[in-house]
Design a protein around this ligand. Structure first.
Ligand SMILES: Cc1cc2nc3c(=O)[nH]c(=O)nc-3n(C[C@H](O)[C@H](O)[C@H](O)COP(=O)(O)OP(=O)(O)OC[C@H]3O[C@@H](n4cnc5c(N)ncnc54)[C@H](O)[C@@H]3O)c2cc1C
Length: 327
């Protein structure tokens, strides 16, 4: 067993890697470039499986005090066609400002040393949990996907609502303090039509205009991108480097499963790094966790962009699809 591991990135993957390494009796040093709490572009939908991970780390009480919203249903809207179903288990809505802060603070309380700085090099063993990492090319321009989010005060619902239109989608779900997070992904050429004014863009789609009528936005829009859905769990292993979370695999966010994947791969990475187990064994283990959700999300994205998802909406096995897209 190693005396300590280094972790690059203190998001959900990095914090869970630290907690797992500490549980193995190893030290953990986390480099995080941002100061927490900070907002982050995300649907802030927490899959039910996250509660099991938090429980395993003894964090449920602290989590509950943050007042997460309960999400019991899903509603998918494809123009005039809709598909609603009850989630197989209740999920939660909580801002990333609160969630990420809780995770990193807990790791620190358990003995992780957190340095707020950008890591430019690393000692091994390292857990690489620095989030999405992708350089776009001029060739992609126009087609590139961008994400955006803001919190609103609007009628609160116990459903996660997803609106699919024109190659984009916008999701709404409740978070703490009776607020609703509105988060979407759209291609650049479409956003440009609205001068990258997200309010204008949302108002251009009638079902969203109706849903957000009278809503008050309580923070500035945040955006991120370009986004690319890709995975590195088949990459050549580099000994001593355990890549986790979005740095390993970025799945289409409509699944709302990225955070669970980050916590699960972070936990496995922290454990394997602390035990200095071979990286190819680590990658084999995380492939088992991620392969199916990644494949199913790809099929669903194709169905949405080709228009088939709307046509088949009434036949979609909602609850089963929800299960298949969980890591
Ligand atoms: C539009 C959108 C909507 C989404 N909606 C959802 C959702 O509703 N539910 C869900 O489960 N998932 C969702 N996701 C996915 C989710 O946000 C990610 O899967 C999750 O953030 C991954 O966690 P992570 O720890 O791997 O990376 P991150 O959360 O990105 O954390 C990485 C951390 O590393 C730090 N960092 C980076 N480089 C360095 C460096 N060199 N040195 C020091 N620190 C560094 C960053 O500051 C950051 O805090 C969404 C994603 C997008 C883009």
């Amino acid at each position: 067993m190693t005396s300590g591991i280094q972790i690059i990135g203190g998001g959900p993957a990095g914090a869970s890697a630290a907690l797992a390494a500490l549980r193995e009796g190893a030290g953990a040093r986390v480099f995080e470039k941002s100061r927490f709490p900070r907002h982050k572009v995300c649907g802030e939908f927490l899959s039910p499986g996250i509660l099991r991970v938090l429980d395993d780390f003894g964090m449920m009480k602290a989590f509950d005090t943050l007042g997460p919203a309960q999400i019991r249903r899903a509603s998918l809207c494809f123009g005039r066609r809709e598909k609603s179903f009850r989630l197989p288990e209740a999920a939660c809505g909580l801002s990333r400002a609160a969630f990420d802060h809780l995770l990193l603070r807990t790791a620190e309380e358990h003995g992780a040393v957190v340095t707020h700085a950008t890591a430019t090099s690393f000692d091994k063993p390292t857990v690489l949990a620095r989030g999405r990492h992708f350089a776009s090319t001029a060739r992609d321009r126009g087609q590139r996907l961008f994400g955006f989010k803001a919190h609103f005060r609007v009628a609160v619902s116990d459903a996660v609502e997803l609106y699919f239109f024109d190659g984009c989608y916008v999701g709404l779900n409740a978070v703490e303090n009776d607020l609703t997070n509105v988060c979407g992904i759209a291609p650049e050429h479409l956003l440009r039509k609205f001068n990258f004014e997200q309010d204008e863009f949302l108002r251009s789609y009638e079902p969203l205009r109706a849903r957000l009528r009278g809503a008050e936005r309580v923070m500035s829009w945040l955006s991120t991108g370009p986004l690319r859905f890709e995975n590195g769990f088949r990459a050549e292993p580099e000994e001593g480097v355990y890549t986790a979370g979005d740095a390993l695999s970025f799945v289409d966010p409509f699944t709302g499963s990225g955070l669970l994947a980050a916590l699960r791969t972070g936990t496995i990475a922290g454990q394997f790094a602390a035990q200095e187990r071979p990286v190819h064994e680590y990658l084999k283990s995380v492939r088992t966790v991620l392969e199916r959700p990644f494949a199913i999300a790809g099929i669903f994205r194709w169905a949405v962009t080709s228009g088939w998802a709307g046509r088949l909406a009434p036949l979609l096995p909602g609850a089963a699809m929800f299960r298949w897209t969980r890591p």
